[in-house]
Design a binder for this molecule. Structure first.
Ligand code: PCA
Length: 218
């Protein structure tokens, strides 16, 4: 008999673009082993590399067999927790990834659908975060770099497993990074951790996504 609790997989990325750290991994790794609503959080670091990131993600999906997956990445310059709605089938890099690759206008999955939507209840999650005083927004684009690549690959890998909810969340710089980017917005690690816990909790307790609460925008 298998008595292991169901698992929630959280991923973060290694540092890229000259940063000393990546807030996504700094936050995610601190949640390893926590139990939320009877689910155990397992964490993995993904390389910020077009080639290797999805291989690592697929290996993590196979070995952890999660009930819920949230991939997290840094979006320097954004000021809020960004709940991503859509992943698009294109790699178009403004800077080289950590393996020196810089694809231009290349499909992630040849002949794959143009886009996949998140299966997280992002409007319920947005309402929960705002109600808790945490800065959040729905984002309509995860960009065209490695984060969008991972988000698209995640939804493609799970396209026949709709019972496994999955999606992507971008987070701002940490305060120590913002210093080097004069005036850039940042969020403290504690704020990010509280947000990630609430995102997992809301995904585990919300069956159908809701209408946005009055006053919230997206
Ligand atoms: N952010 C990048 C890739 C890795 C990360 O943390 C992005 O937004 O694509």
């Amino acid at each position: 008999m298998n008595t292991l609790p169901p698992r929630v997989l959280l991923t973060g990325f290694d540092p890229f673009g000259g940063e000393a750290l990546n807030p996504s991994w700094e936050a995610v790794r601190r949640l390893e082993g926590e139990i939320l609503r009877g689910h155990r959080i397992v964490t993995r670091q993904l390389p910020t590399s077009f080639g290797r990131s999805l291989r690592a993600l697929r290996a993590a999906l196979a070995s952890t067999r999660p009930a819920l997956v949230i991939c997290v990445g840094q979006a320097g310059g954004r000021s809020r927790i960004s709940l991503e709605r859509v992943a698009i089938n294109v790699d178009d890099a403004r800077i080289a990834d950590n393996a020196g690759k810089q694809p231009v206008d290349r499909p992630i999955v040849r002949h794959g659908p143009a886009a996949y939507f998140t299966t997280l209840p992002i409007k319920a999650q947005l309402s929960a975060l705002l109600a808790a005083g945490l800065p959040a927004e729905i984002s309509q684009s995860a960009g065209t770099f490695v984060c969008n690549h991972v988000f698209y690959g995640l939804m493609h890998a799970l396209r026949e497993s709709p019972q496994i909810r999955a999606g992507f969340v971008h987070i701002p710089f940490l305060p120590e990074q913002a210093v080097a980017h004069a005036g850039a917005a940042s969020l403290s690690l504690d704020t990010v951790l509280a947000s990630l816990r609430l995102l997992v909790d809301t995904a585990l307790t919300t069956r159908r996504d809701s209408r946005l609460a009055a006053g919230a925008t997206h």
